[in-house]
Structures are given as structure tokens and as C-alpha cells.
Design a protein around this ligand. Structure first.
Ligand code: HEM
Length: 510
């Protein structure tokens, strides 16, 4: 039996349960249909010790968890402890697996949904008030987050403004395919760095109206602007999670903190250069500039420090996510010849000749291509799940979850469980196609590759559109075959392919 705090006890006279969500109550002692309400510490999970909590599980030689294999830790946790798993690596952490429970978590979301992540980056930016106003959209919580989100989001999310980028994206992807033909790309090269360059080029144009020319031989050099930008985006992202778990960086500049700071510094310097040139240029008002930056700058009273923060966030959030997602999609498609053939059949109808331009109509008619992306994101989401920091206590199953708990919804593991999906490890895009005999009514909270609610990915439409265009162009040009080993993930905040992306490219004659 658990005594509820006054704050939890709300306005209703009785306690009622809708599925596993409790409503507020005046009652101090709470029961539910399955027995007494239990305390957070009673949730099953690895043993926690004073001071270190469960951090020892991640320590080399002592622990059996690996911070770069969070998917495997999550699977182990699920097998050992079940649907809800508690951890205490310095904070109260709860892993949630069942889609019904995941839905319950998101239904609690506050007006300003919060995440606990990018803690060291927040520290870095808020200690540089001459460059940044805030920690940026990725790391800021509360009303300040909403001020940024509401300022920037309309340019990202309105369907028309996203469609405005189809033409330029298609031109860049076409150029990319020509380049691949020219260099005669083979399976001996890891395709991921190529996809990084492509996505830098696409996001540079879409977001900043800036070409990096990253396919040129000069820009292949490690000291070029393209190479340094790609490295700095990765250098920022790859340390975030380890820094979130650690605390030594608060005492002195650890090598990982230095890597983060150097990477941020490069991205902010480069973004500031682009911005200053554009602000100057903007005096002559370029009405043809449909880039995100162009639309930001048309907003009255916009603070340039907010814009720099947003530009750095875009570079961090766009390049690796899109390149990794495309890599995994190509992995699945190239290992499933029947799927690839169906894709090609659809693409051939939409692009009868290789030089047909991709339009918004073609993107919307590419239904099978889009179901391949959805299916690939089910198996290989960029993030193992979605994080939330609870802002009030609430009831989940039999437990009272305190305010300030870090929740991680384990969508990647759950999306691979038999009880939620048929033949879960098979790549079957048809399961998403209404009207197909293989259509499955999958729980809407099982696969959430872009998160959920007002804090979900600000660029979802744009990212899906870009990947769709890339797949259409690649499959129109080449028959792809997977030449590498089984592809797993290295969990570095986002899930990176753990092996080279090795594809053979056979040109199509049609
Ligand atoms: C396949 C590509 C992508 C995937 C799978 C992806 C996924 C995600 C996820 C899971 C979140 C957290 C959502 C939540 O907490 O509910 C997120 C947030 C975010 N994403 Fe993406 N993303 C992708 C591409 C992009 C791109 C291209 C950009 C920028 C142009 C971007 C910018 C952001 C930003 C700024 C946030 C933070 C939003 C906020 O906190 O309000 N993402 N993304």
C-alpha cells in the first residue's frame, strides 16, 4: 500500500482506472484491480548500490552492459525483468516496453514535454552567452523550449514548405548518382561516408541555401569544409550519451567533453559565417530563397543567436540520422530481391525515363517505397526509443512513477517481439500497406521512429521526403545486392551501422 502525496491527489472523488492509467483522487490509500499500488523502487531491475546506483553495469570488466550496445542491454533487461525495468545510473530511469504502457507515458506528456539529454552540450552553450541565448532546441526544456520550437517549427512542418524542397533535393541526388557512376562505386567501399556527403549537401541546400560541393575532389580532403562539418556533427553526437551518463566533465575538461566542445565550436563558427553573409545579402531581399534559413530571417524580431543555435542543431540532427536510416533501408532492400523488384516496378511506372524529374505527386504515389522506409525504421530506428523526463507523478501498471523520472520507451526491442508483429525479424513492407493481404493492424505506439507529440522530430516530413527521393533515384539506377555481413547497431545516441555498408551496384538498362 502506498500513500500518495497531496500534489498527486487531485480533484476527483473516486479513483478510476482506464486501462492502466489512473485518474487523480482524493483518496490517500490507493488500490487497483491487481492489488496494491507499489513504489518505484519495487519495479524489477538490476541491483542498485549507494553512490554508483546501477552505473557499475556499464563499467568495463565489472558490468555486463555496454553503453554502445543499448539495444542489447534493453533486450537483456526485458528477458531478465519483464515489461517495466528500473535502473539507477545516477538518475531514476525506467524502461518501458509494452506499447500500451508507452501510450500511457505519452498521454501524460506535459504542455512542454521534456527530455534529459545533451546535458554537457547544454552546459557548453549556456556558458557561451555571446554566441547562444539557450542550450538550443535539442537540449532545452520548459517554456524556453516552446519559445524556440514555436518560432522555428512552422517552416519545417507545413506540407507546402516541405514540398518546396523536392526539386532542389532531386537535383542534388541526381548529381550524386552521376558521381557514383563516374567513380564506378563498388562494394569494396563503405557506402556510409558517401551518404553522409549526400545528406550534408541536401541539408546545406534545404536549410541554408548553401552548397558545400562535397562530391568534388577538393572537398574529399580531410581539411575541407565538408569533411570537417561531417566530422564535427559526428563528434558532437557521438559523445552526448556517454557525457549524459558521466559527471567527471563537470569537474574538468575530459577528452570527450573537449571533443564535444571542439565540434560545437566548428559548427557554430561555420554557421555564423553563413548567417552573417546571408544577413548582409538579405538587405537585397532574395525572395527566391526557399531555404529554412531564408524563412527564419523573414520573421520579424528574430534573434540571430537563436538562429545560430538552430543552425547547429540542424547540422547535428540531420546528417547522421538521414545517412544511417538510408543505410539500413538499403541493407534491408538489397537483401530482399522480391521487395527490391516491387520497388523498381513502382518506380519505373513513376519515372518511365531516368531523366524524369521527381515531383510532389511522384513522392505521394511512391506508396511502396514509403512502406519500405517505414518497415526499415521499425527494425532499425535511428534511436532505440524515445526519452522523456516526467514532470508529475503518475501511475503505470501497479507502480507510482515519481516526478523527475527519466523514461526510455524501448520501441526498437518491442518492434522485434513476436507478440506485437508477425514474423518480426522479417522485412515485410506489405505489413504497413492497407489493402494488402499481409496488412497488420500494428499498435500505433509500437514503432515511433520520430518520437511522439509536440516534442517529436521537427523535420519528420522533410527527412521522409529526402529518404524517399534518395531511394527512388538509387533503385531507378541500380540493382543493389548486399555484400557485407549481418548489420547491427552501435548505439551512439543514434544507431550507427556497426559494419561497413557494403553494396554492389549493377546499373539497370531500362
Ligand atoms: C530519418 C531521419 C530522422 C529521424 C529518424 C529523427 C528522429 C528524431 C527523434 C526520435 C527525435 C526525438 C523526438 C521525441 O523526443 O519525441 C528527434 C528530434 C529532433 N529532430 Fe529529428 N530525426 C531525423 C531527421 C532530422 C532532420 C533531417 C532534422 C533537421 C533538419 C532533425 C531535427 C530534429 C530536432 C531539432 C529535434 C529536437 C526537437 C525538439 O526537441 O523539439 N531531425 N528526431
Amino acid at each position: 500500500m502506498l500513500k500518495l502525496s497531496k500534489k498527486f491527489c487531485g480533484h476527483n472523488k473516486s479513483l478510476s482506472f482506464a486501462s492502466n492509467v489512473a485518474s487523480y483522487s482524493d483518496t490517500i490509500e490507493v488500490h487497483n484491480g491487481r492489488g496494491n499500488l507499489k513504489d518505484f523502487d519495487e519495479i524489477p531491475g538490476p541491483k542498485s548500490y549507494p553512490v554508483v546506483g546501477t552505473l557499475y553495469k556499464y563499467m568495463p570488466y565489472i558490468g555486463d552492459y555496454n553503453v554502445e550496445a543499448l539495444d542489447k542491454n534493453a533486450w537483456l533487461n526485458y528477458r531478465r525483468y519483464g515489461n517495466l525495468v528500473r535502473e539507477a545510473p545516477g538518475v531514476n530511469l525506467l524502461h518501458v516496453y509494452d506499447p500500451e504502457d508507452i501510450e500511457t507515458v505519452f498521454r501524460q506528456d506535459h504542455r512542454y514535454p521534456a527530455r534529459r539529454s545533451h546535458v554537457a552540450m547544454y552546459h557548453y552553450r549556456t556558458n557561451k552567452p555571446h554566441v547562444y541565448n539557450t542550450g538550443g532546441l535539442l537540449s532545452t526544456n520548459g517554456p524556453e523550449w516552446w519559445r524556440l520550437r514555436s518560432t522555428f517549427q512552422k517552416n519545417f512542418t507545413s506540407p507546402q514548405s516541405v514540398k518546396n524542397h523536392i526539386e532542389s533535393t532531386d537535383s542534388i541526388v541526381t548529381e550524386f548518382v552521376q558521381w557514383l557512376k563516374q567513380i564506378n562505386i563498388t562494394h569494396n567501399e563503405d557506402f556510409l561516408p558517401y551518404l553522409n556527403r549526400l545528406n550534408l549537401e541536401v541539408i546545406g541546400t534545404v536549410a541554408f541555401n548553401e552548397r558545400f560541393n562535397s562530391f568534388s575532389s577538393e572537398e574529399q580532403d580531410l581539411n575541407s569544409r565538408s569533411s570537417k562539418t561531417i566530422a564535427a556533427a559526428f563528434g558532437s553526437n557521438s559523445g552526448i550519451m556517454k557525457l549524459d551518463k558521466g559527471f567527471m566533465w563537470k569537474l574538468f575538461k575530459t577528452p570527450l567533453y573537449k571533443q564535444l566542445a571542439d565540434s560545437q565550436e566548428y559548427l557554430e563558427k561555420m554557421s555564423t559565417e553563413i548567417l552573417l553573409e546571408r544577413v548582409h545579402f538579405f538587405k537585397h531581399a532574395d525572395n527566391n530563397d526557399v531555404s529554412l534559413l531564408g524563412s527564419f530571417l523573414q520573421q520579424p524580431n528574430l534573434d540571430l543567436k537563436d538562429v545560430v543555435g538552430m543552425m547547429v542543431d540542424i547540422l547535428m540532427a540531420a546528417i547522421d540520422t538521414t545517412a544511417y536510416t538510408t543505410s539500413f533501408a538499403l541493407y534491408h532492400i538489397s537483401r530482399n530481391p522480391e521487395v527490391q523488384q516491387k520497388m523498381f516496378d513502382e518506380i519505373l511506372q513513376l519515372l518511365p525515363t531516368k531523366d524524369t524529374r521527381i515531383s510532389s505527386e511522384i513522392v505521394s504515389k511512391a506508396v511502396y517505397v514509403r512502406s519500405c522506409i517505414k518497415e526499415s525504421l521499425r527494425l532499425n530506428p535511428v534511436s532505440i526509443g524515445v526519452g522523456r523526463l516526467t514532470q508529475k507523478e503518475f501511475i503505470l501498471r501497479d507502480y507510482l512513477i515519481p516526478k523527475g523520472t527519466v523514461i526510455v520507451t524501448q520501441n526498437m526491442v518491442s518492434s522485434r517481439l513476436q507478440q506485437y508483429v508477425k514474423d518480426p525479424l522479417e522485412f515485410k513492407p506489405e505489413r504497413w500497406l492497407r489493402g494488402s493481404t499481409s496488412y497488420e493492424n500494428i499498435h500505433p505506439f509500437l514503432s515511433l521512429p520520430f518520437g511522439f507529440g509536440p516534442r517529436s522530430c521537427i523535420a519528420r516530413r522533410l527527412a521522409e521526403q529526402n529518404i524517399c527521393i534518395i531511394l527512388i533515384r538509387l533503385i531507378r539506377e541500380y540493382n543493389l545486392k548486399w555484400m557485407g555481413g549481418e548489420l547491427g547497431v552501435q548505439t551512439l545516441l543514434i544507431n550507427k551501422p556497426d559494419k561497413p555498408v557494403s553494396l554492389s551496384f549493377t546499373p539497370r538498362n531500362l
